[in-house]
Design a protein around this ligand. Structure first.
Ligand SMILES: *Cc1c(COP(=O)(O)O)cnc(C)c1O
Length: 369
């Protein structure tokens, strides 16, 4: 069993993927070819926003979004410490200061009730993460942001395809940013990402920043970078969109079946908490358990691969030691990082595999008490 199975999906889509790739090889427009434009049009429609700007990764999209908002050295950006490094890392790369706010215990998403206390005259943006495929509480976050005139960037690297009060992730704030890293819910065969916004001005800025700050060839009104999505990756993504709706549906089914199996086999375990006003795309199916590391060993020994997202919250990473926030600064994020455990997840996980995982979980739990 693999933690994330990408091979079954390839077998199912093989003809379209190869056909799409062949067409790129024939026309030879490897940079900003027609597939890039086609993908952006399709994704903007899917998300329900005016503009989609594809980019080279979900890390690069965060950087481009903040550059477009004019965030610079000494500015503060409010975010969560319980995320992948890229979220805080891109803030720091711009010389800005990540200001962490603790998370909700059950969803692991930033706690909107704690944001206002972290706002200072130097705050320039709020950057929530929609963790494990479930949107952060964007209405509550937007309400605080509006009160102080701040833009909100949704780091939706894990939540592309999720809904929040009937709207899609990436369409819920000033800018939505997602990733097409192969194992994300919509994955390419390499790196990729995309930005979403309804704001014409920001869209123009982000398009320019993506290509060296250029508005037309060899004219550069601003500083940018090389942040383009490869045409070949756009081609792969277009083929993958053919079964994306089915995959989102399947992820829900797999998660609901895990919920049922675990509730009856291991009733004490804390299962993923998806709130009633939103849907998750289950980028991860993540439990909270005691004695996580022992349990992991026992599960792995029984042939079940697992992962931890994430074992060290950002404020305790050596790279952020300069912020001077030690253990105890964000107790809920710290507790989550010690308790979370992700099980094999994806549209192609079979019922037999799920039964095997939960049987192993039951055995492993008995061994670790
Ligand atoms: C994956 C991820 C990123 C970075 O995306 P890449 O495409 O790998 O650069 C950023 N933020 C979060 C929350 C992620 O999960």
């Amino acid at each position: 069993m693999e933690f994330i199975d990408l091979k079954t999906q390839y077998r199912e889509l093989k003809d379209s993927i190869r056909d799409r790739i062949d067409r790129v090889l024939e026309h030879g427009q490897y940079i900003m070819g027609p597939e890039v434009v086609e993908l952006e049009t399709r994704l903007a429609e899917y998300v329900g926003v005016k503009h989609c700007i594809s980019a080279s990764s979900g890390t690069c999209t965060l950087l481009i979004a903040m550059m477009a908002l004019g965030i610079e050295r000494g500015d503060e950006v409010i975010t969560t410490p319980f995320t992948f490094i890229a979220t805080g890392e891109m803030i720091a790369l711009l010389g800005a200061i990540p200001v962490f706010v603790d998370v909700e215990p059950l969803t692991g998403n930033i706690d909107p009730a704690k944001i206002e206390a972290a706002i200072t005259p130097r705050t320039r943006a709020i950057m929530p993460v929609s963790l494990y495929g479930q949107c952060a509480d964007l209405d509550a976050i937007n309400a605080v942001a509006d009160k102080y005139g701040l833009p909100v960037i949704e780091d939706a690297a894990q939540s592309f395809g999720a809904t929040y009060k009937g709207r899609r992730s990436c369409a819920l704030s000033t800018i939505g940013s997602t990733s097409f890293f192969p194992s994300k819910p919509l994955g390419a065969y390499g790196d990729g990402g995309a930005l979403f916004t309804d704001d014409d001005q920001l869209a123009k800025a982000m398009r320019e920043i993506r290509i060296h700050g250029q508005d037309r060839r060899y004219h550069h009104p601003r500083i940018g970078l090389n942040g383009r999505l490869d045409t070949l990756q756009a081609a792969v993504l277009l083929a993958k969109l053919e079964r994306f709706d089915w995959e989102v549906e399947r992820r829900t089914q797999v998660a609901e079946r895990y919920d049922r199996l675990i509730a009856s086999a291991c009733p004490g375990i804390v299962k993923p908490c998806v709130l009633p006003d939103r849907s998750s795309v289950y980028a991860q199916y993540t439990l909270q358990v005691d004695a996580r590391d022992e349990l992991t060993k026992a599960l792995n020994a029984l042939g079940v691969p697992t992962a931890v997202h994430y074992p060290v919250p950002l404020h305790l990473q050596p790279a952020f030691a300069y912020l001077g926030q030690g253990r105890g600064a964000f107790p809920i994020a710290e507790s989550c990082s010690q308790r979370v455990l992700s099980l094999p997840m994806g549209p192609d996980v079979t019922e037999e595999q799920q039964t095997q995982v939960v049987d192993a979980l039951q055995v492993a739990l008995r061994k670790t008490v």
